[in-house]
Design a protein around this ligand. Structure first.
Ligand code: NAD
Length: 278
């Protein structure tokens, strides 16, 4: 009989991995993308570092991790205040015995409007959180990943950053910037064994979206607007993140993985709605 091949170990196993999630609380009660990432990585065996501007939200995630039998550490920090992120990353490394994985999840919706309408002070503030915040997170995470001999970073963007079509310029611009930031970082840090990838969620139903008060009709319309005709949630984004930080993706870097029910694969079949007055 032929000798069976040696199967590789479970490529999704994160036992022994220290994973830091930045934005690990939840934007509203329930499970948003950051919290889902923390719980999913913990369920695969990772020890999790939970950083959030909202200390209580990070501690709530920690309680959920511990209730499920996982281990973690929560600390408050603001991606807009670099020193707090540096200190929090160091505190996580000390508590977890290093850092191997970083999920950079913080993103704010920012100001509405097109270029002629947007408030420029709010525009600058949104760039500071959504773009500079992810660069700052990487800046203070990478020395720990180097010390660990390599690692993985996942930046959370959005389908709003993949193409035109999102009505508000600020969010579309900041989320778009993360795509090439990811590719540039992947190129710069690949030789050090550090992988950098992006997950671009579509219109997932998260606590933040629920808090906006979507009607059942609106939820059905969202469901029917994607090829898979189903609604996505925070766990879908977290599953993609789990893949991108696990050994299963060890040869994958610099990619943008949409998690959107197929939305970004679809050409619009009708013109944008006319603007008022048109
Ligand atoms: N919710 C969606 O439908 C959706 C769709 C596409 C992309 N995204 C992106 O996914 C990410 C998570 O979105 P979510 O709605 O699931 O949020 P979430 O529930 O994961 O909560 C985000 C967390 O970030 C924290 N935070 C906010 N500003 C911070 C700062 N300056 N420093 C540190 N922590 C801060 C908040 O306290 C909150 O706990 C964002 O980057 C968002 O742009 C969300």
């Amino acid at each position: 009989m032929e000798t069976p091949p040696n199967l590789p170990p479970d490529p999704f196993d994160l036992e022994g991995t220290a994973a830091v999630v930045v934005g690990a609380g939840s934007a509203a009660a329930g499970v948003g993308i950051g919290r889902a990432c923390a719980l999913s990585l913990s369920a695969r065996g990772a020890r999790v570092g939970l950083i959030d501007r909202n200390r209580a939200a990070a501690e709530e995630t920690l309680s959920m991790v511990q209730a499920a039998g996982g281990e973690g550490f929560a600390v408050a920090a603001d991606v807009g205040a670099p020193d707090t992120i540096r200190e929090a990353m160091t505190a996580c490394a000390e508590a977890l015995g290093g850092v191997h994985v970083v999920v950079s999840n913080v993103g704010i919706v920012g100001p509405p409007g097109d270029a002629t309408e947007v408030d420029l002070d709010e525009w600058t503030a949104a760039l500071h959180v959504n773009v500079t915040g992810m660069a700052t997170t990487a800046r203070y995470a990478i020395p720990h990943l180097r010390a660990a001999g390599g690692g993985s970073i996942v930046n959370i963007s959005s389908v709003s950053g993949l193409r035109g079509g999102y009505p508000h310029l600020s969010y579309a611009t900041t989320k778009g910037a993360l795509l090439n930031m990811t590719r540039a970082m992947a190129t710069q840090h690949g030789p050090e064994g550090i992988r950098v990838n992006t997950v671009a969620p579509g219109e997932v139903y998260t606590p933040r979206v629920r808090a906006r008060g979507l009607s059942e009709e609106m939820r059905t319309a969202r469901r029917m607007s994607v090829p898979l005709r189903t609604e996505g949630d925070a766990w879908d984004a977290a599953a993609a993140v789990t893949y991108l930080v696990s050994p299963a993706s060890r040869w994958v870097t610099g990619v943008v993985l949409p998690v959107d029910g197929g939305l970004s694969a679809t050409l619009p079949l009708r013109s944008p709605a006319p603007r008022s007055g048109e």
